[in-house]
Each structure stands twice: as C-alpha cells, then as structure tokens.
Design a binder for this molecule. Sequence first.
Ligand code: SAM
Length: 251
Amino acid sequence: MSDPKLDTASETVSFGYEEVAPAEKTRRVGEVFRSVAKRYDVMNDLMSAGMHRVWKDDFVRLVNPRAGETILDMAGGTGDIAFRLAASGASVTVADINAAMLEVGMERAAKRGLTSLNWREQNAEVLDFADGSFDGYTIAFGIRNVTDIPAALAEAHRVLRYGGRFFCLEFSTTTWPGFGDIYDVYSEQLVPRIGELVAKDGDSYRYLIESIRRFPKMPEFAAMIRAAGFGQVKYRPILGGAVAIHSGWKL
Ligand code: SAM
C-alpha cells in the first residue's frame, strides 16, 4: 500500500490513485470539496443509506463533550460533528480549509438557531491556535484528505492541553472477508455512478473512494497517532473496520 504521508524521496503524495506534488493535492482536494459542498449533506445520506448519522452519534458519544469544555472540530465541513458536540454545552470551534464547506455549515447553523459556534478557515497542518488551547480535538472523515497527515497530527497534539483528548472518525479497511467484497463493488462501482447521476460529479466521488483505499489500515494509523506524541491510543472498528474511531490522549 502506498503511504499517504509525504514520500520524501520523490516528494509526491497520493491523490486517489494518482501521485501528485503536495501543493497539487491540497489544490485538488480543495476543488473536490468546493464542488461537492452544496450537495455534501444529501449525498452523505444517500451514499451511506443514512448510516453516517449513526456513526457520528456514536463518535460524539465516545468524545463525551461536557458543558464549558473547549473542543476543536477540525475539517468540520458543514458542521455535522460540531452541532452534536455543541448540544452538550461545550464551546466548539469548527475549522476547515474550505470556505465553501464552512459557508454551507454556517447557513445550516443559522437555520437551527445555533449561534454559539466559532467558524474558522484553517489548514489542519498549520493551525493559528495557541499551544494547549483545547480540551478536545475531533476530526471526522477529514484526516485522509489532508496532504501532510503527520503535520496535522502534530498540530492536534500541540493545540490540546495536557490531559486533552484526540478523536478521529474515518473510513478504513474492513477485516470481514465477505463484507469486504460487497463493499468493494459498492464503493468502486456504485458510488462514482451515484455521484455522476445525482451530483453530476463522478470524479469527486471517485477521488473520495480512492482516498479511502490509500488510507493506512487501523494499526498503521494508530502508530502514526502514537508517533505524534499521543498516549493510550486505541481504535474501535465499525462494520469490521470499514469505518474506525481512533483516539488518544495528550499525557
Ligand atoms: N467533518 C465533516 C463531516 O464529517 O461531515 C466534513 C468531512 S468532509 C468528507 C472532509 C473535510 O475535510 C472537507 O470539508 C475538507 O475541506 C476538509 N479538509 C481537507 N483538507 C483539509 C486540511 N488540510 N485542513 C482542514 N480541513 C481540510
């Protein structure tokens, strides 16, 4: 499996199944999310048959936000995780590199009358926040799109206070053999077609599936989180690992 981290020998990174320069990956990922932003939420429901809502509910339950805590929802996009976190009374900052995704998120928040969220355009690899600013850091379906994942993990560690927690929800690789075959057909063939038919954007959805394939397996990603300095790193597979929740603590 090719490594989504920067390949220092050739200085390329994976964009789906292609190898491109790091700046080119960041640009193309930007295009993908600008292109899907308006239809992002409806497509998520369609592609996962609504299951992403359950995964996100479970994820936030594990994060266990509490009133008065400060939580950074990184790559927060249109706000799905932030809305759930904020229901606890935590003070939530939603950060994302893509202004189009944040705009949709802010419109959704306004419709819900949610005024407490702090929206920030930020690259996960180089955050503006001071060291030790947050009690919690969450990132859902975001990390695999980041060009320099070790840099983003190092920044997550830096902006958390000692005793703070890191939680990541991401697609991974299922270890259930039969399910793996069905999932392959679904993701490789059906998702780009649905993307083409419904969102008129097969290429973006092809990238999203390819990026899942290139993402490290659960133990490898756990090792990357450990390498960034986190302790008590764990992962919980969902559907045998088709989706996984990784967590760690700044100790
Ligand atoms: N967290 C949201 C959710 O679960 O619905 C959005 C996930 S969406 C699949 C991925 C998000 O990652 C996009 O909004 C994209 O702009 C963001 N992203 C990609 N690269 C990023 C980076 N380097 N820094 C911050 N956000 C990034």
